[in-house]
Design a binder for this molecule. Structure first.
Ligand code: SF4
Ligand code: MSK
Length: 659
């Protein structure tokens, strides 16, 4: 396969060419050499007991059953529910660790951390009904952390705290359907129990619980994770940084942090800036210490500390192939086991840090929030000591500037200032047709589809069509690589969207953070619905969620909690439940009848675009808004910038033109 078909990222293409020449394997080549199992890929296989695994194949597979009699629909629904439970567990355990860190800080047991955003702490306490008047921030934080931990493990006929943050209409839908999450852990455990041999064997029942389980992730585990991260490390405000493999420095100690958690990586940021450490690096012949991130650990630290990113999910191996990385420090999720054998051919040390993530052959330095800074310094020192072992390097000279870190709090402020922070101007822009609608483009990369192509293509097409784009995860990092997270991207936007963005001073594509920060999108949608003029709830809004290059079980959980919150969600790459027409009908038409949202799997980016715009226009019509007209806000006068010659431009990679 040619590099153009594997990726549109020139830095990745350059290193893949090197890999091909040197016969170095990567996820790209392994995906080419190993065709996905066609039976498992469409969910026509069950291995939930040892009478199987049972494979239902052939044209009449929907007439067949497993040894126990399980139908194709039940097998596919169980597989989907298990995947959602795993995704929810992964996110939510991250959230639980954040709650434990907050508790340790409140109890004075984690001296490296502090409560940075007291305003956010008070807001979260308010959601939880915890009093704040006349109390110390430590006392409030202790109560918030304790309630958060209760939301994970409480028993009985309870509801997780943040259900109250949804609109009244949404809360009623959930209560009427009995899908309000009782506790995060309980819904995940019940999902595993229901899918055991001989338990729940009805598609409707399994897929209804799938929504409850995913809601526990979206409206508790992940939302708590985002909020507590903001309390500890600060609610993000937009700042500038750089992205792509060209951020690695040829003459400095390069440390990459990879995974999802901000707790250790924020300490490594501080340790890498310690004058003693910088002096130590100089003593080894380096000019300094250069920290960058990959995947969502990158998102966590770039939006709070402006640390640059070396790339997204499929760049993790290529960073090592540059030969310039002294240490890759990993925490949880999305970390290839392949990193360790690959690093053996270079000098890079792979350091695992989570008690939950060990990789055979990696160095394990376990993180403990009680002595976080000591551990961070130990890791930075190891990387410095490794610098003299560096051999030949090949760092692509490719990097791009980006603006990142739009929390929903900042968006409200950006739209209305401190004096009248509000989503009103955004609602008005949608009502007037300047903004046609909004999409959230989120999720991973997947070597089963051209790296970055669908993300970048869809972003370009949506902003051309006056659709505001918000992004998280590796999709957001993709947009950064192609200059789409800068004010200059406005040059590619439609007339109405451009006018709004110029007035407010924001780019047409907003970076909202990491995977768990998809909950910021839930909050924005809820606040927009509550603001007035666009219906009562998320399912009334001209908005769509897309995960064009997804690969993880977490993505399925995210998609499902958005659907259960009322959103239309389209996922790319392929359909993991294709084998069952019953399950496909359920997650589309039945879920739409129940909760107003639907989940579709669509491979072709043009078809994703067509369906999204059709949905946005359908919702505009239902709200009796003026139909979108691309020329209504076309200006016949030039802007001051244009008149003064400060033209804007946005460069799209040539490979996108082939779409
Ligand atoms: Fe086969 Fe049923 Fe066992 Fe699944 S649970 S492996 S369908 S016998
Ligand atoms: S890191 S889950 S590849 S977005 Fe959040 Fe990226 Fe997907 Fe991992």
């Amino acid at each position: 396969m040619t590099e153009e078909k594997r990726t549109i990222d020139p830095a990745v293409a350059e290193l893949l060419f090197t890999c091909d020449e040197g016969e170095i394997g990567t996820a790209f080549s392994r995906a080419e050499n190993m065709k996905p199992c066609p039976i498992g890929r469409e969910s026509a296989c069950c291995k939930n007991c040892f009478m199987g695994p049972c494979r239902l194949t052939g044209k009449d597979k929907e007439e067949k059953t497993g040894v126990c009699g399980a139908s194709m629909g039940v097998i596919a629904a169980r597989n989907l529910l298990r995947a959602i439970a795993a995704g929810a567990a992964s996110h939510s355990d991250h959230g639980r660790d954040m709650a434990f860190t907050l508790l340790a800080v409140a109890n004075g047991e984690a001296p490296s951390y502090q409560i940075t955003d007291v305003k956010k702490l008070h807001a979260v306490a308010g959601y939880m009904g915890i009093p704040t008047q006349g109390r110390s921030k430590e006392d409030i934080a202790r109560d918030v952390a304790t309630q958060a931990l209760r939301d994970f493990g409480q028993q009985g006929h309870t509801e997780v705290s943040y259900v109250s943050r949804a609109t009244p209409k949404r809360q009623k839908i959930w209560r009427d359907l009995d899908i309000v999450p009782r506790a995060v852990d309980r819904e995940i455990v019940e999902a595993l129990g229901r899918t055991h041999i001989g338990d729940d064997q009805q598609v409707q029942s399994l897929l209804t619980h799938a929504m409850r389980c995913a809601l526990g992730d979206g409206w508790a585990g992940s939302m708590l994770s985002t909020d507590i991260s903001d309390i500890l490390f600060g609610t993000p405000n937009p700042g500038t940084t750089r992205i792509n493999l060209g951020v690695l420095a040829d003459d400095e100690v390069n440390i990459i942090v990879h995974g999802h958690e901000p707790t250790l990586s924020m300490m490594i940021v501080a340790a890498a800036q310690d004058p003693e450490m910088i002096e130590y690096a100089r003593s080894k012949g380096a000019k300094g210490i250069n920290l960058s991130g990959i995947c969502c650990t990158a998102n966590e630290i770039l939006m709070r500390q402006g640390v640059s990113s070396a790339g997204n999910f499929l760049s993790q191996e290529l960073a090592i192939i540059t030969g310039a990385v002294e240490a890759m420090v990993v925490d949880i999720q999305c970390i290839f086991q392949a990193l360790v054998p690959l690093a053996e051919s270079y000098h890079t040390e792979i350091i695992t840090t989570s008690p939950k993530v060990h990789i055979e052959g990696a160095t394990h330095i376990e993180f403990d929030e009680h002595r976080a800074m000591d551990i961070a310094k130990e890791i930075v020192k190891r990387a410095i000591d490794n610098y003299p072992n560096r051999g030949e390097t090949r760092i692509p000279e490719i990097r791009e500037g980006m603006v990142a870190g739009f929390s929903h709090e900042y968006i409200r402020y950006m739209l209305g200032g401190t004096y009248r922070a509000s989503f009103r101007p955004l609602n008005d822009a949608i009502i007037s047709g300047r903004i046609r609608g909004a999409v959230g483009i989120v999720g991973c990369n997947n070597p089963r589809t051209c790296h970055d192509l669908s993300h970048a293509y869809l972003v370009k097409k949506f902003i051309e069509n006056d659709v505001l784009v918000v992004m998280t995860g590796c999709g957001a990092l993709c947009a950064g690589k192609y200059g789409m997270l800068t004010p200059e991207a406005l040059a590619a936007a439609g007339h109405g969207l451009r006018e709004v963005c110029e007035t407010v001073g924001m780019p047409p594509v907003l970076h909202l953070g990491s995977c768990v920060d998809n909950t910021r999108i839930l909050t924005i949608l809820t606040e927009v619905a509550t603001e007035g003029g666009l219906g009562e709830d998320i399912d009334d809004l001209p908005a769509v969620g897309l995960a064009p290059e997804w690969m993880s079980e977490k993505a399925l959980s995210i998609a499902t909690y958005f659907v259960a919150s009322g959103a239309y969600v389209i996922m790319g790459v392929g359909n993991p439940v294709e084998a069952s027409s019953e399950v496909n009908r359920f997650i589309t038409d039945e879920w739409e009848k129940m909760v107003g949202g639907r989940l579709e799997f669509v491979e072709d980016p043009d078809e994703m675009l067509r369906r999204s715009l059709a949905h946005i226009d359908k919702k505009r019509e239902a709200l009796k808004l003026v139909p979108w007209d691309p020329d209504r806000f076309k200006k016949d006068t030039v802007t001051w910038d244009e008149a003064l010659g400060f033209g804007t431009s946005v460069s799209m990679p040539a490979a996108m033109e082939v779409v």
